[in-house]
Design a binder for this molecule. Structure first.
Ligand code: URA
Length: 242
């Protein structure tokens, strides 16, 4: 998918039409072709994403050696975060999968490749957002996180939110959304709207894995991305100075 460059005289509506066309093309491609998990993820894979913010690196160290629950024994690598800790935009997923557990970075498997495309469609990338998960260790067999694991692990996420201090949090899927909003309502009913919480805007959307399994969700997910883009423009967060 080609990068979209904006030029001044083009209105935001026109920009969105371009993005929509690009996204439609991508949806079409996605529904026709498999994504292969052994493709090079193409991201920086070092351990020190949180460099520059010592407090985050302290939390990162704690996460790496955490043994608060049995996932500490079964994990290969704990997954702390990727992206820009100075970004005003945070994305929160559920828990690492097998690729994330192997590489120690969030969203580097098939769902992650899709997430990268989604970000790209609104002129974002991993350098412009901060990405993390509710759980830092992989639940075996990719099962859902349980309540005890969420309770043990979520203080790390809460600290990350405090330190990164994002203006917008996009929650990906049920677990992240329900944890952040402290509700039990399903993502289908929560998405498509924004919520104000502690001076931040919360914007729930479907988890990229759900989009990989259900094409019908791609259109509403695109609407959520447009909403994110409009907030970025409205709050003037697109100036790249972070
Ligand atoms: N799914 C998630 O929720 N997080 C990841 O990091 C990868 C897949």
């Amino acid at each position: 998918m080609k990068a979209i460059k904006y030029s001044k005289p083009v209105s935001y509506d026109q920009q969105f039409l371009h993005i929509l066309a690009d996204f439609k093309n991508w949806v079409y491609q996605e529904s026709r072709f498999e994504i292969h998990s052994n493709d090079d993820p193409g991201f920086s894979l070092n351990d020190t994403q949180s460099g520059g913010l010592p407090e985050l690196s302290v939390i990162h160290q704690k996460v790496k050696t955490c043994q608060k629950c049995p996932l500490g024994q079964s994990r290969n690598k704990a997954v702390f975060a990727d992206g820009n800790p100075n970004s005003p935009i945070m994305l929160i997923g559920e828990a690492p999968g097998s690729e994330e557990d192997r590489l120690g970075l969030p969203f580097v498997g098939n769902a992650g490749k899709l997430l990268d495309k989604m970000l790209h469609s609104i002129d974002l990338n991993r350098e412009k957002v901060y990405i993390c998960n509710v759980l830092k260790c992989r639940p075996p067999g990719n099962r859902n996180p349980n309540d005890q694991e969420i309770e043990n692990c979520s203080p790390y996420l809460e600290q990350q939110i405090q330190m990164v201090n994002p203006k917008i949090i996009m929650t990906l899927g049920n677990f992240a959304t329900q944890f952040i909003l402290k509700v039990e309502t399903g993502i289908s009913r929560l998405r498509g709207k924004t919520y104000q919480l502690d001076g931040r805007i919360i914007l729930p959307t479907y988890h990229p894995s759900a989009l990989l399994h259900n094409n019908q969700l791609k259109r509403p997910a695109w609407n959520d991305l447009k909403l994110l883009k409009s907030l970025i423009l409205k709050l003037k967060l697109d100036n790249n100075t972070y």
